[in-house]
Design a protein around this ligand. Sequence first.
Ligand code: HQG
Length: 172
Amino acid sequence: MSLVLRHKPEKIGLKLDAAGWANVDALLSAMQQYGVPITADQLAKIVDTDDKSRYQFSPDGKRIRASQGHSVAVDLGYQPEKPPGVLYHGTATRFIESIRKTGLQKRDRHHVHLSVSTEVAETVGKRYGEPVILIIDAAGMHRDDHVFYRSENNVWLTEEVPVRYISFPSKG
Ligand code: HQG
């Protein structure tokens, strides 16, 4: 689901609109044609039970999209918001040397992803190796005119995090 709604909709012949929405019926028939049939009920269950609420239906239930994390060009329509004073970014020890030089970069995604809890940051960091939690001075960034967005599933998004706003743990 993440692959087709965020990265490669063309893999199953699906089209997303400019805001990342796919028509639910089109998704179901594309999955069927791709050889992985799922029912509307199963799709609803995936959306409901996803551990990070990655997906959302439109209010009328006819469309579906990922709430963040895309690599395809989409404009999710989130409005700039004032972030909490401190946010966290979970990464892996092997990236620390590079992050110390260039700050946090968005890489293949549209934004750098920041979380409100250290628990989430730790889980995110573990995907890439020995986790490290970086503490981000979001208040300072906001004061200095860095723009933040908050996704539907409470991930904070920003263009980049320059080194001066990052606190590294002493062992990193
Ligand atoms: C690292 C998952 C070296 C960055 C998660 C991260 C999140 C640098 C990796 C969401 C760097 C990029 C996003 C630099 C950043 N030098 N490494 N200058 N700047 N990095 O996956 O934040 O399951 O694109 O620290 O839960 O790990 O997809 O970003 O380790 O919410 O819903 O480069 O993806 O959510 O990795 O994860 P990613 P992320 P989903």
